[in-house]
Ligand binder design. Structure first.
Ligand code: FO1
Length: 308
C-alpha cells in the first residue's frame, strides 16, 4: 500500500503522525507545500516542511503547533534590540534549522536534499519532498493593504483581514521536485491532508503537472475536510473559503476539490452534508476527524489510507 500525502502545515503534520503509525515508512511519501517559505534575516525558512519534521519526530511545541518545544528566544531579543523584523518569531533552536538549510542551499544543495538531511537528523524514515525545489510564494491580496506575502497575512496580520484573492508567485516557472510526480502516479492512494485548501493545498497543486495527476487519478484521491461544523479547527480556512466565494463547510471543501478529489472524509457533525457532497460527484466517508487522541488519529489515518 503506497500512499502519497499532499501536505500543508499543522493539520497535515498531525495526520502524518497517524499515517506513520499505521504504515511502514517505505510506503509513505509526503509532498509538502513550500508557498509559505520566506527569506528572513538572510535565512531560508520553510514553515510547512519544518512543522511536518518537528511534529512527526515529536519535538514540536504542543502549545504552538509549530517550532520546537522548550524553545528560547534570545536571538529574537537581539533582533528586537536592533529594530529588525520581529513579527515572525524564530526560536533559538529553530534558528539552527534555518542556518543549516540556508548554508546547504548556498552550497548548491536543492531544498529536497537539504530536507532529506534534516529529517534524517531527526530520525524520520518516511520520504518528505518539497513539491518543488524552485521558488514559489503564496501571495494574498487583502482589502486594506493590497498584496502581501503569506506570512505577512498569516502572522503579521494574524490572518485577521479580509482577502480578495490568492496567487502563487512563480508557480508557472516551477518544476516538481524529483520524485514528486512519480510518487503521485505510483501511489495506491493519494491523501490530501486537512490543510487549508486555498493557501496550503492549492500552492502544491499549482506546480505544473501536479493538479493534472490528481485529476486523472481522481478515483484514487481522498481528502480530509479541514472544515468541521462550518469552522476550521485552527487558522483562516473557513474565512478564506467564504471570502473566495465558497461556503465555509465540508460541502464548500467538496466544491473546491471537485475536479481532483474522488472521496471526501467529513466529520460526524457534518453527516447531514453527505447527500449534497455526493450530488457533487464525490464519495463521502463520515468519521471522527478531530485528531484529539492517538486512537482517533490512527483510525483517521487507516480510513484515509484505505486500510479500514
Ligand atoms: N506562526 C505564528 O502565528 N507566529 C509566528 O511567529 C510564527 C513563527 C514561525 C516560525 C517558524 C515556523 O516554522 C512557523 C512559524 N509560524 C508562526 C507558523 C507558520 O506561520 C505556519 O505554520 C504556516 O506557515 C501556516 O501553515
Amino acid at each position: 500500500m503506497r500512499v502519497a500525502v499532499v501536505c500543508g502545515g499543522v493539520g497535515a503534520a498531525r495526520l502524518l503522525v497517524g499515517v506513520r503509525r499505521v504504515l511502514p515508512a517505505e510506503s509513505i511519501v509526503a509532498v509538502a507545500n513550500v508557498g509559505d517559505d520566506l527569506e528572513l534575516h538572510g535565512l531560508h525558512v520553510s514553515p510547512d516542511l519544518d512543522t511536518i519534521t518537528y511534529t512527526t519526530s515529536g519535538a514540536v511545541s504542543q502549545e504552538r503547533g509549530w517550532g520546537l518545544e522548550g524553545e528560547t528566544w534570545q536571538a529574537m531579543d537581539m533582533i528586537r534590540r536592533y529594530g529588525g523584523v520581529d513579527w515572525f518569531n524564530l526560536g533559538d533552536r529553530d534558528l539552527g534549522t534555518h542556518l543549516y538549510r540556508t548554508h546547504r542551499l548556498r552550497q548548491g544543495a536543492t531544498l529536497a536534499e537539504a530536507t532529506a538531511e534534516i529529517i534524517a537528523a531527526w530520525g524520520l524514515d518516511f520520504t518528505l519532498l518539497p513539491v518543488t525545489n524552485d521558488r514559489l510564494r503564496t501571495m494574498v491580496t487583502t482589502v486594506d493593504e493590497g498584496e502581501i506575502s503569506f506570512q505577512e497575512y498569516f502572522v503579521r496580520r494574524q490572518h485577521d483581514v479580509a482577502v480578495t484573492s490568492v496567487r502563487f508567485d512563480g508557480a508557472e516557472l516551477t518544476r516538481p521536485a524529483p520524485g514528486v510526480l512519480e510518487a503521485l502516479r505510483d501511489a495506491d492512494r493519494i491523501v490530501v491532508a486537512p490543510s487549508n485548501p486555498a493557501v496550503s493545498i492549492d500552492p502544491v497543486l499549482a506546480v505544473p503537472g501536479v493538479r493534472a495527476v490528481l485529476a486523472e487519478r481522481r478515483e484514487h484521491v481522498i481528502a480530509v475536510s479541514p472544515i468541521i461544523g462550518g469552522r476550521a479547527l485552527k487558522g483562516p480556512a473557513d474565512r478564506l473559503l467564504t471570502e473566495l466565494g465558497y461556503p465555509a463547510s465540508a460541502e464548500g471543501v467538496a466544491k473546491w476539490y471537485a475536479d481532483v478529489v474522488g472521496t471526501l472524509v467529513i466529520d460526524t457533525v457534518d453527516a447531514d452534508l453527505a447527500p449534497a457532497i455526493e450530488a457533487l460527484g464525490l464519495h463521502v466517508i463520515v468519521t471522527d476527524t478531530v485528531m484529539s487522541t492517538p486512537e482517533i488519529t490512527d483510525t483517521l489515518a487507516r480510513t484515509t489510507c484505505g486500510l479500514s
